[in-house]
Ligand binder design. Structure first.
Ligand code: AKB
Length: 338
């Protein structure tokens, strides 16, 4: 008898680690995690971890032969800055990897005669604001269907995968005589995420977590965007909660497949001020990298998450103040005290 499991790809990344901790805390869940990298030691025993490449069909086939996959959290991706250096690889991982998993989820749904849930974190990188002065001021809280004109490979990949997910969830084999059982595809568009436990790499919203982690270690930090640049953010516990809440939402309540979520919107200078309030010795300067700056300038200053609020009662628990005082500062201080 194959075990029923929840599959998490990209599990060694910042969202993956937090998600494993949450899912494994419920003794009814069996988690299979996958990543190119091993899991950190403190997660051992919480999931059956497979080190390998998502693009390796044999690996996916092996997982399916050993387990009944009940739900998939597909987190594996090359982030926005990394993807610009290796756009072909980004396309392979971000698009072909997602396509392989969607096919696998579809096959599982047909076999089981019921929809397998496919949870997909997308990103504010799917937006591309017009390149004009004040465009962020003019378009304050961007809605899901507005400005879907990404300027990065990562943004294009995420937007296309949202569409692929909708296709597999609603129209797959639409001309066949019998409607196949389809995937239950649900996606979130995350803002920049900030974790106390992991330092991200390869993203363009990374200046915020990098600033905080540098200050906590007493290291100077040169921020690669201008002081006035503003984008939305979210603390990691809310990111994990939002994924789980979307997964648990009754299907009939969902009016969309893809939802914006956000917690607070801050300029880089406001983040610096919050960091300095907690770490008065912090040495933070601003040395903008014009190319990475242009990417952040193309992302909205804030996004409208009213659909998520209405459909599945989404509310973040951590505003900016609480993120710093109750989540980041105590956890980061403990992390670097070790
Ligand atoms: C990135 O910076 O690439 C990510 C994102 C905004 O999706 N953190």
């Amino acid at each position: 008898m194959r075990k029923k499991v929840i599959l998490i790809t990209g599990a060694s990344g910042e969202v993956g680690q937090a998600l494993i901790r949450h899912l494994a805390a419920d003794g009814n869940n069996q988690v299979v995690s996958m990543d190119l990298r091993p899991l950190p030691d403190d997660l051992h025993g919480l999931s059956h971890h497979v080190v390998g490449n998502l693009l390796d069909n044999m690996l996916l086939a092996r997982i399916v032969s050993q387990y009944e996959v009940d739900a998939i959290y597909h987190l594996a991706a090359l982030l926005s800055t990394s993807s610009e250096f290796t756009p072909d690889v980004a396309h392979q991982v971000n698009v072909e990897g997602t396509l392989a998993l969607l096919k696998m989820a579809t096959e599982q749904s047909q076999w089981r005669g019921r929809s397998i849930q496919f949870i997909f974190p997308s990103s504010i990188a799917v937006y591309g604001m017009p390149e004009m002065e004040q465009s962020k001021g003019l378009y304050q809280r961007v809605r899901e269907w507005e400005w879907n004109q990404p300027r990065t490979m990562y943004g294009c990949n995420k937007l296309y995968c949202e569409l692929l997910g909708e296709y597999f969830g609603r129209h797959y084999r639409q001309l066949a005589a019998e409607q196949p059982v389809m995937v239950d595809f649900r996606a979130l568009r995350f803002p920049g995420l900030i974790s106390a436990l992991t330092v991200p790499s390869g993203g363009t919203s990374d200046y915020a977590p990098e600033m905080i982690h540098a200050a906590a270690q007493g290291k100077p930090y040169a921020c690669f965007v201008r002081e006035d640049v503003r984008i939305p953010f979210m603390a990691m516990p809310d990111a994990v909660d939002s994924l789980l809440q979307l997964a648990h939402a009754p299907r009939e309540k969902l009016t969309r497949s893809v939802y914006n979520v956000r917690a607070f919107s801050l300029t880089a200078a406001e983040i610096r001020d919050l960091v300095v309030a907690s770490f008065p010795e912090a040495e933070i300067t601003f040395v903008p990298d014009v190319k990475r700056q242009a990417i952040v300038d193309s992302w909205p200053g804030d996004i409208d998450d009213s659909a998520a609020q209405q459909d599945w009662d989404w509310r973040p628990n951590y505003d900016a103040a609480r993120t710093f005082t109750e989540y980041l500062i105590p956890n980061i201080a403990q992390r670097y005290a070790k």
